[in-house]
Write a protein that binds this ligand. Structure first.
Ligand code: ADP
Length: 905
């Protein structure tokens, strides 16, 4: 192993399980060897070479004062970085790893979103008689939020992970070998998986960590009776302690939650409904981005939390709705509140920074200012139009007297414009500390003595051109004009001659100078000590800061929801018992922003709770169904909803499945995934759920698909009995409405040209009954498929409709060869009704020898290549052909058509 400094580096690195090590060497943190190369590449640093132990190594360094942004950048790129600090021991130096920074323990994050560290525990042996289920803990060390729960199965655990979107995941011993689980979580979030020592997850040790942090009675008093959840929570505490980030003081509360309080939203549904990001992964265009008018980062975090974790309990929802309603109708109060909130800092985050000892004077000042907003906020809530709403109660949890005291303490302590560092003094106001005041006075009198020195010298020695100055090289000096420089007394010792003057030092001045330096150093030390004490006092008030921060966030969310509701004509939903959903003139909250939206009604109840939605492609089926899901969800967030009126029966879960072809084609889904998702819905949905299925069975052959959709419909209708909307292109399904009581048909209407053609206009209105036709050919026309193909497709369709059979066309110079495809038999037959001897080739693309025939039965004189494309088009089973193969075929057809002379039309 290498010797010298790099040897030390390697040794420290080997003892840490971090990806990179930053080791302090004097004024720099250095990375050596491979780490240097890696950091240089990631952060665009230049490397130099370090000789150590007789060998050369690459080295990259950052100044001590600039470590934080580099650390943040590295950790945000997914590295864990250990930091070794340098300590003095007499004349010797030694270095020790003081902390390890990981994605979940990064305090200096630049992202305002919550930053969850998650731990997931499963019983070690599922076959044994241990409890089943998963214990989950989610901690955001930047705000101190700490939630725990236990869920029944892996799917629910994945859904919770998706909902919290942790940046780092600590799998327990049994979970870390469960590749399927880990893949499911990491596929759907950007979590880094960290294998923390399994000891930390051991029941006894974890329980000890929890009681040590939150007190003896915690688990009992908060009703946390899940050993698995305690193990997850304990593992997080151990991990946070071990990384040395020092925020445990701000982790003031452990909040257990149960799935019963919340609406179940599985991971797929959260994604399909584009709650916080679009299917493409962008924040822009999501529901959150659309309705977010918050003024503060905590407000935005809370809105996100509410959207991803809608509630089921009516009391909470009514309270939220009353609050939004009150703020919505009090525009001026709302505006004033928002203006006040705009000045609020992120107290939850500041509490963590204070607890970890990384907050400076400016941060304490932000805390002071934000606490100072409370009286204004309280006055706005209690004095005016909002007084009778539940809004004033948002402040109930806050110890207002303690908040005022803390504000005052800070106001008495910190000056209004403190310096950026806390070691150089000038942080505290006069009157805060007697010793400090005395130091300051002595400092001032020493300064005053110096200020008066020039005049005294002038008097005493009868000089006119005398001044006293200070610079880095000479310290304090007396400067005397050239003409009088020789008249100075002997006690002046000459240090420098300038053009028109000479500089001297005198003993008394040197003594004062030493005194001033001593006082400045003492002042710096004392102020730093006082500052640490003050910061410690503030840290003991972490819970208070979190309460105030949370209240500000909540008010901000109400204002935001009210602002959006008022600006977009949303209405207050009436909450009802499960089994009812009645929406008048409902809209899709995101689509209505960019489109002249056509509102639609929807009415579901116990008698008619299942709708089959049909209509042409692109007519608005998905939008209609999603708006039903989103209106339900928004109502259970406590928000107004995009409709003229809405009665929403509170559901226990929303489940969606999108099997649309474009998802399949883009490789985002496979038939297997579709079926797994369907299976999950059929297992999980209850009578009180809302299920939205956008095309079931699309990923397989037609008959398979219909059969699955059919059976699923029956199962949901007969066994689950929940509200359900299914969009389908299998018109056969619409017949189910006459057999199953609760099933009805609706379709999205289009207007056609009245001549049976395919010139249609999308009306976007949803009407009773099933549509009787498919509009695929219209879409082909819109997409620019050449007219002969579209024309021929219409012919084929007409034939199909009338005869349930279609003849394949050939063309050429001689007699056409024909084969008729019998749809009921699913095969070709010859004209005499027997099965054709030749016909479909392996892939079923061509049925007739294109060179063998001349004019075909309709007397067409079309180019044989066109005819062969038409035939191939007509015989290709879209449902049976994998998307990629289908694309290749379309490309081939296009090429063939380009080569042929397309007739004028
Ligand atoms: P489908 O599911 O039937 O293929 P979509 O629901 O995806 O159709 O709708 C296609 C497009 O039509 C949407 O992107 C949207 O722009 C528009 N649209 C849908 N419903 C409406 C409506 N009610 N009013 C206005 N535009 C709508």
């Amino acid at each position: 192993m290498s010797q010298g400094i790099v040897g030390q580096f390697h040794k420290l690195k080997a003892g840490s399980d971090a990806d990179l090590l930053a080791m302090q060497c004097g004024d720099f943190y250095e990375f050596f060897d491979d780490d240097a190369e890696c950091v240089a590449a990631e952060l665009d640093l230049t490397t130099s070479t370090k000789s150590s132990g007789g060998e050369s190594y690459p080295m990259a360094g950052v100044p001590v004062s600039e470590l934080t942004p580099y650390l943040t950048a590295l950790v945000e790129r997914g590295y864990t970085v250990a930091v070794a600090d340098q300590f003095e021991d007499g004349d010797d130096f030694y270095r020790e790893i003081t902390r390890r920074v990981t994605p979940g323990t990064l305090l200096e994050t630049t992202d305002s979103d919550a930053q969850y560290l998650a731990a997931v525990v499963a019983p070690s042996d599922r076959a044994a008689s241990e409890p089943s289920g998963y214990g989950l803990a989610f901690a955001d060390i930047t705000t101190g939020q700490f939630l725990v729960t236990e869920v029944d199965d892996a799917d629910s655990a994945v859904a919770e992970c998706y909902r919290f979107d942790p940046v780092e995941l600590l799998p327990g011993p049994a979970v870390r070998t469960d590749d399927e689980f880990l893949e499911a979580v990491t596929d759907r979030s950007d979590s880094e998986v960290t294998l923390h020592t399994t000891d930390a997850f051991a029941p006894g040790r974890a329980a000890h960590a929890v009681t040590e942090q939150f007190g003896d009675e915690t688990a009992d008093s908060i009703g946390l009776d899940s050993d698995l959840a305690v193990r997850a929570a304990g593992a997080i505490l151990a991990y946070v302690a071990e990384t040395g980030v020092g925020v445990r003081q701000s982790m003031t509360r452990l909040q257990p939650y149960t799935a019963d309080d919340h609406l179940t939203l599985d991971a797929t549904t959260q994604r399909n409904l584009e709650l916080v990001e679009t299917m493409g992964g962008d924040g822009e265009g999501s529901l959150l981005a659309t309705i977010d008018h918050t003024e503060t980062s905590p407000g935005r975090r809370l809105l996100r939390e509410w959207l991803t974790r809608p509630r089921r309990d009516r009391a909470t929802l009514d309270r939220r709705l009353d609050s939004v309603a009150a703020v919505a109708s009090a525009a001026l109060s709302r505006q004033r509140l928002q203006e006040t909130l705009d000045g609020a800092a992120d107290l939850e985050r500041l509490a963590s920074r204070v607890a970890s000892g990384s907050a400076g004077a400016n941060e304490l000042l932000s805390i002071r200012e934000t606490l100072g907003l409370l009286p204004d906020i309280a006055a706005e809530l209690t004095a005016g139009e909002l007084a009778d709403s539940p809004l004033p109660s948002v402040l109930d949890d806050i110890d207002r007297a303690a908040a005022a005291d803390l504000r005052e303490t800070l106001a008495d302590a910190i000056v209004d414009d403190p310096p950026g560092t806390v070691t150089q003094g000038e942080l505290f106001k006069r009157g805060y500390d007697d010793d400090l005041d005395e130091l300051i006075e002595r400092h001032e009198s020493a300064k005053a003595w110096i200020d008066g020195l020039a005049d005294r010298l002038k008097d005493e020695y009868d000089l006119t051109h005398v001044s006293v100055g200070r610079n880095k090289t000479d310290g304090y000096y007396v400067q005397v004009g050239q003409s009088e420089a020789d008249a100075v007394p002997d006690s002046f010792s000459h240090v420098k001659t300038l053009k028109n003057s000479k500089r001297f030092v005198i003993d008394e001045l040197a003594e004062r100078e030493r005194e001033i330096l001593r006082l400045e150093e003492q002042r710096g030390d004392l102020e730093y000590e006082l500052f640490e004490e003050l910061r410690e006092t503030v840290a003991t008030q972490s819970a208070l800061l979190q309460d105030v921060g949370r209240a500000i966030a909540e008010l901000d969310v109400y204002c935001s929801l009210a602002t959006h509701a008022a600006a977009n004509g949303w209405c207050r939903p009436t909450l009802a018992e499960p089994g009812e959903l009645d929406i008048e003139a409902g809209r899709h909250p995101v689509v209505e922003q960019t489109t002249e939206f056509v509102p639609n009604d929807l009415s579901l109840d116990r008698k008619r709770g299942f709708l089959l939605v049909t209509g042409p492609n692109m007519s608005g089926k998905s939008t209609y169904m999603r708006q039903a899901a989103l209106i339900t969800l928004l109502a259970q967030v406590g928000s107004f909803v995009p409709a003229d009126s809405a009665t929403v029966g509170v559901v226990d879960g929303i489940y969606t499945r999108v099997g649309a072809l474009d998802e399949l084609a883009q490789g985002r889904s496979t038939f297997m995934v579709e079926m797994q998702e369907l299976s999950n819905i059929l297992h999980s949905a209850t009578e009180e759920s809302l299920v939205i299925l956008d095309e079931v069975g699309r990923g397989t052959a037609t008959y398979d698909g219909i059969s699955i959709a059919w059976a699923a419909t029956e199962y949901i209708h007969n066994r689950i009995g929940c509200h359900c909307l299914i969009a389908t292109h299998y018109h056969e399904l619409t017949a189910l409405a006459s057999h199953l009581d609760r099933v009805g048909n609706v379709h999205v209407a289009v207007a056609d040209d009245g001549n049976g053609g395919d010139d249609i206009t999308f009306l976007r209105t949803v009407e009773e009954g099933a549509t009787d036709r498919s509009y695929g050919i219209h879409v082909a026309d819109l997409a620019g498929v050449p007219e002969p193909v579209v024309g021929r497709a219409r012919d084929v369709l007409d034939k199909l409709r009338s005869e349930k059979a279609v003849e394949a066309k050939g063309s050429g110079d001689s007699e056409p060869t024909q084969a008729v495809f019998d749809l009921s038999a699913g095969e070709f037959r010859s004209d005499d009704g027997t099965q054709a001897a030749s016909g479909v080739d392996d892939v079923g693309t061509n049925v007739v020898d294109a060179d063998s025939g001349a004019a075909n039965d309709t007397g067409s004189d079309r180019d044989p290549r066109i005819e062969s494309v038409l035939t191939a088009l007509q015989t290709t089973d879209i449902d049976e052909t994998p998307p990629v193969e289908l694309m290749a075929k379309v490309q081939q057809w296009q090429e063939q058509l380009t080569e042929s002379d397309l007739p004028e039309h």
